[in-house]
Design a protein around this ligand. Sequence first.
Ligand code: SER
Length: 902
Amino acid sequence: MEQVTIMFAPGNKRLALAAQRLAATLEAAGYQARIQPPADVESYRAIPGPKLHLGVRGQDALLDAMEANDLLIYHNGVPAREGFYIATCAGDLTVISGGDDTGALYGAVELCERIQASGAIPREIAFADAPAFTLRGPAIGLQKTTIDPGRKTYEYPITPDRFPWFYDKALWLKFLDNLVDMRCNVLYIWQGHPFSSLVKVADYPEALEVTEEEYQLNREVFRWLTDEADRRGIWVVLKFYNIHIPVPFAKHHGLDALQTFPLPVTADYTRKAIAKFVEDFPHIGLMVCLGEALSGLQNQIDWFCDTILPGIKDGMATAGLTEEPPVILRGHHTDPVAVIERAKKIYDNLYTMWKYNGEGLTTWQPRGNWTKTHRKLGDLDSTHIINVHIVADLEPFRYGSPSFIQKCVQASVHRYGANGLHLYPLFYWDWPYSPDKVGEDGARLLQIDRDWMWFETWMRYAWNPQRDEVLERTYWARRLGERFGSPEAGNLLLDAYEASGECAPRILRRFGITEGNRQTMSLGMYMTQLTNAGRYMPNMDLWLSCAPQGERLDEYIRKEEEGKHIGETPADAIIEIEHYAQKALAAARAAMPYVRAAGEEFRRTLTDMEAIALMSLSYVAKVRTAMDVMRYRRDMAPDMRGDLALLHRAKEHLYQSLQLYRELAALTAETYDWANSMQTPQRRIPEPNGFIHGHWTAMLPLYEQEYTNFALHLARMEQGFFPAVAKETSRRPLRTVPYAVLTEGCELFALSSGESAYSDISKQVQSTIVELRDCQAVRISESQAAKGGAAIEIELAEDAKVLIGYFMDKSKRYLQPPTLETDTHANDRGGLEPVMRSAVKVSFSPPVNVHALDYPKGRHTLYPGSGVYMIVGAVEPDQNVVVSDAEMENEKLRALDWLFES
Ligand code: SER
């Protein structure tokens, strides 16, 4: 057995780990490995047999001497941060020269891979490499699938009964070693408010919400985890939401646990809790989400700059830290650019983060407002991290399309200006388990095992996004081939992964309601969610930012007769979805005879491909149904009579979709416990309540009913029975009056779908009734209106009725319609009663009722009070502005939703 001598200067834990890994790999390859301190440049040759030396350039005597003597020449660049150079040198010596100790560790990982692949130390190697992304790592949640009784979203004290896996050190070590293999350098852990499980704040003993024993255990595990991670070059970052206060603290002070704006007592507690955390855990990073409870941009800026950052500085002072630790500002529910503007005046080391494709994975051609925000953050001279968040559209199946993911990482660099990766697992809320039904041994699968390809693909391209496409194919086919026992199986399963990876992104981006937590895409959608998406508050950014240029179903059907279409149309999408779904399934089936290893995992992969195909084809048939129903709607007479042949064709498609769904439900009953990892009422599409409707078998009866409803209604229409529409009056856009808005920061915009309703937050107009179609509305700051109201000065060119929109929500956030009970002047200009109901829909907002107020020509400052509202337009006063409820009812009837309802 040949002896190999591994040399490194003792005293560095990452080098020690690198040496251990090399020794283990060499032993497995049949060598005998011996570790010793380095010899000097003249004597190393005397050591018999092959020698490996690893060190950090500039801090290592042997490397220095080798460089000085031209024995080590960096022919392809000097190793820098986290980079390495591996070279064969004279005298049977292989050196790993790290740009730093993490670089040396990665050099060892690289060399181990090569030794494993060839079975021997390379005879000749001269290889330099370094990561493209500054941060690369997964995010895991100390979160659960359902809400704890008596608590709210994200609020889970860290205790062994809630998170047994968190205390499982063997599991952590397996995961951390896995992260080193993938060359990850960060581990993000998400929590609502971790401080109350980890620190004691002297002034607020009531804030601790775990027992003394749990508190001690938490600290021990966190310290251990941080040390083990650090040994592997991994920085642990803890993310928290705001403003969350611990439940016992909230009770003690008579407050809610979730706070929408700062109070002196919450600010004092939070500042002290953060200071204590930084003092006790100086090496754990912090990631701040200035929401979702905390509202109003000014509140958020103040909270970040006057409470959180000072808390960190207090902690630094006590801990004696001289360098500011990086603080990651997560742009979610805030305007991160505005926050950073002020924060950078008091804190230098700020990183930023924004979601990649919202809460799904939909495209590598991002555009629109999301891209603008990313660019602004990416252009700050800092680290900007893409947050591959939730990926709700991929739940619950395996996902690992290398070419899709590689292009996403490339887009992150070139479209977004990002240089950091934060990757969610595929089944976030239930970490560490996958949702696959348990095997015969009763053990649940771990996501790190099941979804190895998901993690590896992202990390591989975060290391180097520009890898050669052809070689990548060879690489992944080999990896899959090794796993499943033959090159043929590897090739075919790669085809299956690549093709299946195209299905969910295309379905969601073209037909989904939301990119996020609100929808479990794999459970399908109701017909009305396709034919009348506006009713479900679709998220416009899904279409405008997180999808390639293209048309939604309603646009497509509207333009169909003209024959002029743009971008990816629904018709294009279903052809592609069908193609990829069938291709994935055929490839997985073709692999079967070649599978010689991991048979159980192959069977699960195959059933995933079957399920993805059934889901996709069921969608395709449903979209075809929707298209025919929408064509009928477009062309029908005002009394809803039209070409019933279209509806008969639709019925056939719907039956086909249902048949496929029946098969899907039967298959998944055997293979999955859940379709969704979030099982709270927040899941609303297709059906509210993710707990009750968390499986295909739960949705199937509802889709059966949907088909039955449609068939019955169609039969009645055949017999000449249609719902009665109220007497028709002609509806047309109101005649408008030109006006200007004079208040700085406000502007006019055309009140049409897709337009941003506010200047400071991404919420779009989704629909308006026909009467308002020509109106110009005023774009205001939502947070300002929510906080203190928005005073808006306008100048009317003529006497007008000014249309004010009130959101139908009783909360303080929204301006309430005037009432004579509390305001004697409420009806001075008219406008006490709404003239139009549910006349405007804005994403993530309640429907808008419109009131009409008389104003003479000239300048006026409107300040109807504190809360969000909307100036919808100004219209000529001498016309009927009242839209009767009957007309609204007709509008609803003509949407044809009733076709699918009982
Ligand atoms: N939607 C929540 C967030 O973005 C949880 O995923 O934080």
